[in-house]
Write a protein that binds this ligand. Structure first.
Ligand SMILES: [Zn+2]
Length: 168
């Protein structure tokens, strides 16, 4: 009997795709030693590079469609509302409120277990778009829906900073 490929591959864990979760990276340590950073890093594409370049300057950008006026987040090459390619980078105030959240108390995932417990949240920015990120620098028991937050940036390595949110 020849080998069964499915048996050969059984047990291999699916590889997480960092582009699905670009902002879900860090707990409460504001300035980690970059060599200690063991979480997945964002995959930076030509479309998203201006966004990440701004993050490195500690600026949060959203996109505004010049054709229909829609604001969108995360970065895309076209407007998700009208498909126009004429989208402009516009600065966000970085201010928003917690739309919803969850607190993770247990995980064995490399890089994440050191941050337990940590808060994963959807934040609604003043511009009206929602951002998935972590709430940092706040005791997880004090995080609440509607809580006002502002962006903060975690410098994970040279030229790469990841937007997180903290209380304001
Ligand atoms: Zn549009």
């Amino acid at each position: 009997m020849t080998g069964d490929r499915q048996n050969v591959e059984r047990g291999s864990a699916p590889t997480p795709n960092p582009t699905d979760r670009p902002n879900v990276e860090r707990g409460s340590a504001p300035t980690p030693n970059p060599t200690d950073y063991t979480k997945p890093l964002p995959e930076i594409s030509a479309e998203s590079k201006p966004f990440w370049d701004a993050c490195a300057r500690h600026e949060l950008l959203v996109q505004t469609c010049r054709a229909c006026g829609s604001v969108q987040y995360y970065p895309r090459g076209v407007c998700a509302t009208c498909w126009s390619p004429d989208v402009a980078w516009t600065p966000s105030s970085g201010r928003g409120r917690v739309y919803t959240f969850t607190v993770t108390h247990r995980t064995q995932a490399r890089g994440f277990r050191d941050d337990l417990p940590y808060v994963l949240a959807w934040i609604e920015l003043e511009e009206g778009v929602q951002v998935m990120s972590n709430i940092v620098g706040v005791d997880p028991v004090k995080v609440a829906i509607g809580m006002p937050v502002k962006v903060t940036f975690e410098d994970v390595k040279d030229g790469l900073s990841i937007p997180k949110f903290t209380g304001r």
